[in-house]
Design a protein around this ligand. Structure first.
Ligand code: FAD
Ligand code: SF4
Length: 461
């Protein structure tokens, strides 16, 4: 199915300028551009885009409302299924979800659903009257973690009349949205904080600096504090390392630590004195979105940045757009290379790394061709800082503090696929603590699914 109108391009900051600042890269659509893009949608009877959206946003309905100039109605359609449209319009991997399934994509370019969602979400932040809390039903739920899973679960339960308390370990609310994804992809004050305010306006109370498993336990919440149910959305914030010699040297850091310093502790901001090393040559190890974020942050902090990845670019798990943005900003790609050792200077700081050249063999269980070392092909490169981004696991603190809770070998929680209830009655979980590192929208989908199951079970109890 072709469409005569080409997809409306989105304006972006000039790569040369943006490589030295933390302002948002993508400007999004203005009204004229958004309205033109809506005219491309065929308003399909059986919309493939909706089936491919993890929270089933009624995409053709909101696009139709927007096309007819009813932006508030478009926002209301999205709000039924998503409490964070401005966030999701910016960070969702639409190319593998709604836009990947859009019928127009078969012979041409799909509708820019993400950019339209962002337009509507931003409009709502500017124009919508404040939401009022729903009348209370006398039942209480505790939510652990204020990332997308926890926020989505809390919103739905608050809308259903529950008294909801979120307990967050950090001093800031939002999970990866505030400590991981950089400002230049997702502005914190202008977007994240305001969408969180909208969740609070529903009556959700959020307590920060509370580490569940230390400050209080899940048993305390269920037994002593009298919550009817608990949802765990504590994410997967524990970085993995490769276990190679020299990985504990000064100057070898995880992407999580680097990004937390850069984003949450605002190392890029002259008004903050957060120490961060990114002055000279930086190698980021890994090929996922987190690696791209770390590389692009290091670039903005003045470093000469290289991505070291053991497979070829075709196998990179990062979004195509992220790889393109990184390249445009001057990050260089050292594919088919894998670190095998880090070498120290006389002060115990990393000064160089030994890199093994790789070649691609047969596909492995992930379906991607597996990297094999090329015999004898090891080189040494000088480096001032290494940022390791080879995956994350859930922090074991909560699972270890709950007797009888079933956990997989990867440290993720075992849940009933229909209800997301764990092996402990009235204890539910979703997002990265269950999936082990996924996406914002999947975490939100879990939060909503668990909220519906909790509501049903509490009503019956
Ligand atoms: P999180 O967002 O991790 O939130 C968990 C929260 O729980 C945190 O605030 C944490 O402090 C809190 N917590 C943890 N332990 C405790 C405790 N014991 N007590 C109380 N609170 C606790 N996804 C996308 O869709 N698009 C992207 O572009 C994208 N980019 C990413 C970039 C980076 C750098 C990273 C790290 C991830 C990215 N992701 C992206 C993945 C996405 O952010 C996650 O899948 C999503 O945030 C998971 O949501 P969550 O609510 O399960 O967990
Ligand atoms: Fe519109 Fe594409 Fe969805 Fe069809 S599949 S309703 S064209 S966005």
């Amino acid at each position: 199915m072709a469409n005569k109108i080409p997809r409306v391009p989105v304006r972006e900051q000039d790569p040369k300028v943006r490589a030295a600042n933390f302002e948002e890269v993508c400007y999004g659509y203005d009204e004229k551009e958004a309205l033109l893009e809506t005219t491309r949608c065929l308003d399909c009877k059986n919309p493939r885009c909706v089936a491919a959206c993890p929270v089933s946003i009624r995409i053709p309905d909101f696009i139709r409302e927007l096309k007819n100039g009813r932006v508030a109605a478009a926002a209301a359609v999205i709000a039924r299924d998503s409490s964070l449209p401005s966030v999701c319009g910016r960070v969702c991997p639409q190319e593998t979800q709604c836009e990947g399934a859009c019928i127009l994509g078969i012979k041409g370019e799909p509708v820019a659903i993400g950019k339209l969602e962002r337009y509507v979400g931003d409009w709502a932040l500017e124009h919508e009257p404040e939401v009022t809390a729903a009348p209370r039903n006398g039942r209480r739920v505790a939510v652990v973690g204020s990332g997308p899973a926890g926020l989505a679960c809390a919103s739905d339960l608050a809308k259903a009349g529950y008294e909801v308390h979120i307990f967050e370990a950090l001093h800031k609310v939002g999970g990866v949205l505030v400590y991981g994804i950089p400002e230049f992809r997702l502005p914190k004050e202008r977007i994240v904080a305001r969408e969180i305010e909208a969740v609070k306006a529903l009556g959700v109370e959020i307590e920060t600096d509370v580490i569940v498993g230390r400050t209080m336990t899940v048993d305390d919440l269920l037994d002593r504090e009298g919550y009817d149910a608990v949802f765990i959305g504590s994410g997967a914030g524990l970085p993995r390392f490769m276990g190679i010699p020299g990985e504990n040297l000064n100057g070898v850091v995880s992407a999580n630590e680097f990004l937390t310093r850069a984003n949450l502790m605002r190392a890029f901001d002259a008004d903050y004195d957060t120490p961060i090393q990114a002055g000279r040559k930086v190698v980021v190890v890994g090929g996922g979105n987190v690696a791209m974020d770390a590389a692009r942050c290091a670039k903005r902090l003045g470093a000469d940045v290289h991505i070291g990845y053991r497979r070829s670019e075709a196998e990179m798990p990062a979004r195509v757009e992220e790889v393109r943005h990184a390249k445009e900003e001057g990050v260089t790609f050292l594919t088919l290379h894998n670190p095998v050792e880090y070498l120290a200077d006389e002060k115990g700081r990393v000064r160089a790394m030994r890199l093994q050249r790789m070649e691609l063999g047969e596909p492995d269980e992930s379906g991607r061709r597996s990297p094999q070392p090329v015999e004898g092909a090891i080189s040494e490169v000088e480096v001032a800082e290494v940022i390791v981004s080879v995956g994350v696991s859930p922090n074991p603190l909560i699972p270890d503090s709950i007797e009888g809770l079933e956990v997989t070998r990867r440290g993720t929680l075992v849940t009933d696929p229909e209800t997301l209830e764990t092996t402990i009655p009235m204890l539910f979980a979703g997002g990265d603590i269950v999936r082990g590192g996924a996406t914002v929208i999947l975490a939100m989908g879990d939060g909503r699914k668990a909220a519906a199951a909790m509501d049903e079970k509490i009503r019956k109890s």
